[in-house]
Design a binder for this molecule. Structure first.
Ligand code: NAD
Length: 378
């Protein structure tokens, strides 16, 4: 089959990790007989330098007209002026808004060979395999009024935390459905003891649970969740929460995996893509490693590309409907870690330390050598 993918590498280490991801994608295409038409465009700081905008309408159109977007990272000290009118991150916000990507999925798996790479004790990390689902287009980040003004007693500022039932329902349903395909446990995180939006969230989670009788639903206050995700992370299967809580908790759980360079993400919306008769459902989505542009290591061939490879695996699963190929890419990452290959961020004293490009070489080689459970197709 043919797939159209917009590639937005961005700034800093973005282009470095995306270059290796594209090599791996090409290898998947060659091995399994798919055609991935990848078209690149400039976003973030690089786009501000070129056009004065973090993303231009033609790039948004390119993204909207394809099956998926592969995103690197944006930002860097050059564009960090807090008073700047345009910021590299505007590109991400515009993409989420224009492409109506309301569900951010962050799978967090602690790979056995990396148990010692995390600052958390290894015995607490065994068996950690969860997905955090974060609502992406509502809540404090977008609620109005949102402003800062001067008064006779100094500055005041206001942000608005607002959610509607349809916004809450659709993200909770993403959580329930994901849990159905996994260990059938959903933890809904809110602040129902204090916030009205939290009470709405809890009420709708309880009501929707009737549609998913096979899923065990639990509610957890966000402060308790922040503690439990570190104390007992293996107890979680799917966690669903609103925008701000999700933003904070997902960075917290990134620590479990040992490095920002290990964690992928998928941002999905309501748009489904034409699929094969009787085949898996395909959704338009944006896929990116969760890390930023890492200016401290940019241009040094030190960036870990594994989060990008795992993001590609999500792209193959959700937007291409290619479950086998997705699992093969995840298997390649496991195999490289088992063989002891590490970029500096996850290196242990006995590791075989490699650079970004070398990790790409190894991944392509492992993919070509992986046992193929399917016959190559046209
Ligand atoms: P960061 O994720 O870029 O880096 C944090 C630390 O993790 C750094 O020490 C970095 O070297 C390390 N790191 C991150 N990714 C790595 C990888 N793949 N391999 C090895 N080490 C890795 O976060 P930051 O330093 O807070 O932000 C840097 C810039 O990135 C800022 O301009 C920020 O606004 C931007 N940012 C962008 C995104 C995005 O594009 N989605 C997300 C977060 C931050």
């Amino acid at each position: 089959m043919e797939y159209k993918i917009a590639v937005l590498a961005g700034d800093g280490i973005g282009p470095e990790v995306i270059a290796q991801g594209l090599r791996l994608l090409e290898a998947v295409g060659a091995r399994y007989g798919h055609h991935f038409h990848c078209q690149a465009a400039t976003v973030g700081g690089a786009a501000i330098d070129l056009t004065g905008r973090a993303i231009d309408p033609a790039t948004l159109e390119l993204c909207a007209s394809g099956d998926a977007v592969l995103f690197g990272a944006v930002g860097g000290p050059k564009w960090d002026d807090p008073k700047a009118r345009v910021r590299p991150e505007d590109a991400i916000l515009a993409l989420r808004k224009e492409l109506k990507l309301y569900a951010n999925l962050r799978p967090v798996k602690v790979h056995a060979p990396l148990l010692d790479a995390s600052p958390i004790k290894a015995e607490r990390l065994k068996g950690v395999d969860m997905v955090v689902v974060r609502e992406l287009t509502g809540g404090l980040y977008f609620g109005k009024p949102k402003k800062r003004w001067q008064t006779s007693r100094g500055w005041r500022a206001v942000d608005t935390l607002a959610y509607s039932q349809p916004e809450v329902d659709r993200i909770l349903r993403v959580g329930f459905r994901l849990a159905q395909g996994r260990r059938k446990k959903l933890t809904s995180v809110d602040k129902a003891n204090i916030l009205e939006t939290g009470r709405l969230w809890r009420q709708r989670a309880q009501e929707l649970a009737a549609e998913f009788p096979d899923v065990a639903l639990e509610h957890m206050l966000v402060d308790t969740a922040a503690m439990q995700l570190i104390r007992e992370p293996a107890r979680f299967d799917v966690v669903v929460t609103e925008n701000t809580f999700g933003d904070i908790l997902t960075d917290e759980v990134a620590v479990l995996a040992g490095s920002m360079g290990m964690l992928p993400s998928a941002s999905l919306g309501a748009r489904s893509l034409p699929g094969v008769e009787g085949g898996p459902k395909r959704l338009f989505g944006l896929y990116e490693p969760i890390h930023g542009s890492a200016p401290d290591i940019a241009g040094q061939n030190k960036a870990n590309p594994l989060a990008t490879f795992l993001s590609l695996a999500l792209l193959l699963r959700y937007s291409c409907g290619l479950e086998v190929e997705s699992a093969v890419v995840e298997g390649v990452v496991e195999e490289l870690l088992r063989a002891g290959y590490r970029t500096g961020d996850i290196a242990a004293p006995d590791s075989r330390v490699v650079g970004t490009r070398e990790m790409g070489d190894l991944a392509v080689r492992a993919l070509k050598a992986s046992p193929s459970p399917v016959t190559p197709r046209d």
